[in-house]
Design a protein around this ligand. Sequence first.
Ligand code: O2Y
Ligand code: MN
Length: 603
Amino acid sequence: MHAIDSLDEYTQNDHLKEWIKEAIALCQPKDVWLCDGSEREYKELCQRMIKNGTMIPLNPSKRPNSYLCRSTADDVSRVEDRTFICSKTKEEAGPTNNWSDPDEMRKTLLKLFKGSMQGRTLFVIPFCMGPLHSPLSHIGVQITDSPYVVCSMKIMTRMGKEVLNVLGNGFFVPCFHSVGMPLHNNQKDVPWPSNPQNKYIVHFPETREIWSYGSGYGGNALLGKKCYALRIASCMARDEGWLAEHMLIMGFTNPQGQKKYIAAAFPSACGKTNLAMMTPSLPGWKVEVVGDDIAWMKFGEDGHLYAINPEAGFFGVAPGTSANSNLNAMQTITKNTIFTNVALTDDGDVWWEGMTPQPPEHLINWLRHEWSPNSQEKAAHPNARFTAPIKQCPVVDPDWESPRGVPISAILFGGRRSTVAPLVYESFNWEHGTFVGASLSSETTAAAAGQVGKLRHDPFAMLPFCGYNMGDYFAHWLSFGRKADPSKLPKIYYVNWFRKDAQGKWLWPGYKENSRVLKWIFERVDNKAAAEKTAIGNLPTKDSLDLQGLNLEENDLKQLLEVDREAWQQETQYMSSYFQQFGPHLPEGIKTELNALIERLRS
Ligand code: O2Y
Ligand code: MN
């Protein structure tokens, strides 16, 4: 920790010094903590939070250096309806974002932030998104009044003094955060301070600024993640000629030791974490994880596309995670982990729905209530999370921190579709692949506030995360591909693990069996596996998918690989009416691809 009187020693960055002083004058905190990112600092903040009731230390013989935090019932997920893109004009934000006039929004925020940290500590967190010395990385500084955010940022990013050395007097994205609950006249604090009436997650793309007020949870508060690495970074990527994507990155190695890297975009809580660290059912095949949520990609000097994971931790969904569904995740979170909104067991450990086949007899649930298997309430909130360092994952890729990134051979788009979409298909080329990404839709999950299970368009799985007009984003993808040597571009695929039959039964077992689909993709990239050309793309022939030992019924496979012409014709209508909202921002390339699909479905 450094106090404010050591500011000149702390950083040489003139803009940073000025901004810190302005923030102090505005928020009026009781003191200031300039974070150094040390273990000592982390421990001290955890002790503070234990004292305040924010953190419960877990039983160290079960889960060393791990903690449970429980939010309030109204601060449990990202709040998309309170997330704003304040570009100069509404048109620049586009029809899929909440827009607000930047000057008006600035006035609103200045009023809210005024005195907002009274009675609290103002923390300054320098952080780097990506490996410290990578040319693909970018720096941010978060100011916050939440020690929970400081500790989470320590796990999720490269954070602390070294970042300031790399930053020098250079550019950083200011990320301004307050939980929005000042403490007046020695008012007693609460374990999870927030301001449910006044939540604002605000992005100023032109000035590359983030302001977040009123929430202490996840993507609303850990501003390096969705706010910076996706919303602001997508604008930086558009302007600088790279890609900032909602994608996992994984290495996939065949029994002969040949390895390819795959990036995959799926909407929130659709199994990216499970796929990124999966144990393949296919003998001899291996998955290694680079990242489970975000990819920054740029062409290397050799003309291939390289990706880094800007994050250093996992912020994974706990419910449903088990030794069965994701053993590597379970092993990652055995120590040094912060759990949020899971249940507490009588022996000081954590539990959530799906963790074990049998629930414990007694728990304290995420709402701090006594819980038994007969309770009406959930043990863990459906969006309960673990925050753990990537380096603890047993299958972390040896190149996960490579400054040049890893070369990407295939890009996958996927969604949660119980009907229509087949198990897998390959796009014909980059333009068609861009169209496949643009027309993605998926059934909603608990990762964001709102109705669960409703089909919504989620282009590129970026609907909640694109910092500018989504039509222009499609254009960026198209022009990005045009600049490349087509023979070096990754191939683009669509996958759907969530197909059901008419009775609602899952048609595909998913999880480790998804390696069978990845194997087909791997071999397609090498022009080895067979495919059949259909109206929507190239599908596996019946024999080109390795289904050995799966006991998949013939009829189930037929449904998984079927292209129902009528259903797809309806799908194109659904796409067409969705695309209309982009008006003149919808690029010709997308219209051409849609018309070509309609035509192929006719003939
Ligand atoms: O902020 C939250 O409540 C979780 S959202 C999240 C967390 C990790 C990875 N992805 C997401 C997402 O919403 O896509
Ligand atoms: Mn995500």
